[in-house]
Design a binder for this molecule. Structure first.
Ligand SMILES: [Zn+2]
Length: 57
């Protein structure tokens, strides 16, 4: 396996999917990531925000 360049389906930017990450995904039985690390981090942060919002209300 070698590092792969993938296109983020959210922002359209290219990002590197490293060999180590590919191994991790394969071990977990996951398919290849659709979003770049930036979009993934943003999504996670939004989910956290929503979680705390729901807790408050
Ligand atoms: Zn992205």
């Amino acid at each position: 396996m070698a590092d792969l360049t993938l296109i983020c389906q959210n922002c359209g930017n290219e990002f590197l999917w490293s060999e180590g990450e590919q191994e991790f995904y394969t071990q977990k039985g996951l398919s290849q990531p659709k979003f770049c690390p930036i979009c993934r981090a943003r999504k996670k942060a939004e989910e956290r925000q929503w979680a705390s919002y729901r807790k408050k209300s």
